[in-house]
Write a protein that binds this ligand. Structure first.
Ligand code: GNR
Ligand code: NI
Length: 167
């Protein structure tokens, strides 16, 4: 296993659209293992391959209290959505920024598991938020892009200032 470096907003590579995985092979299983290790170490509740500069449709999520329920999604797709919820979101690629975003309350998602077997999952609450946040990453969208241009500008300025301090 290996820890992978996480891209920081506004890196242009966060806006690349990830490609569909044609075959779930050993290289994809290794990517899932490395992404899970990186997510737990961060720590975070989800990670999309885009964030580690791998532009393939792979996501890991664990929203459990004790970090015991790892979910891996290859080629995730939302089949159905309903309701609305507003959740304060954060992102490992936008450190220190937390903002409310409106998302669907419930989603039905299909994906392939690490063996390449298809599965369907119905999610609500935080898990549903996380699935939507991660699929956005695969489509090149960072959560701050759900906010007003004014807020996006302020966030960019704040991150640029932080980068100057830590440099
Ligand atoms: O760790 C994370 N926490 C989180 C909190 C609220 C809504 C979404 C998230 S996902 C985030 C990890 C991350 O950046 N995934 O892409
Ligand atoms: Ni994120």
């Amino acid at each position: 296993m290996a820890l992978l470096p996480i891209l920081r907003y506004p890196d242009p590579r966060l806006h690349k659209k990830a490609a569909v995985v044609e075959r779930v092979d050993e290289s994809i299983r290794k990517l899932i293992a490395d992404m899970a290790e990186t997510m737990y170490e961060a720590p975070g509740i989800g990670l999309a391959a885009t964030q580690v500069d791998v532009h393939k449709r792979v996501v890991v999520i664990d929203v459990s209290e004790d970090k015991s329920k790892l979910l891996a999604f290859v080629n995730p797709e939302i089949l159905e959505r309903s309701g609305e919820q507003i959740c304060e979101e954060g992102c490992l690629s936008v450190p220190g920024i937390y903002e409310k975003v409106s998302r669907s309350e419930r989603v039905k998602v299909c994906a392939l598991d690490p063996r390449g077997e298809p599965f369907i999952l119905e999610a609500e609450g935080l898990l549903a938020v996380c699935i939507q946040h991660e699929i956005d990453h695969l489509d090149g969208k960072v959560f701050v892009e759900h906010l007003s241009q004014l807020k996006q500008g302020r966030i960019k300025a704040k991150l640029a200032k932080q980068a100057r301090i830590t440099a």
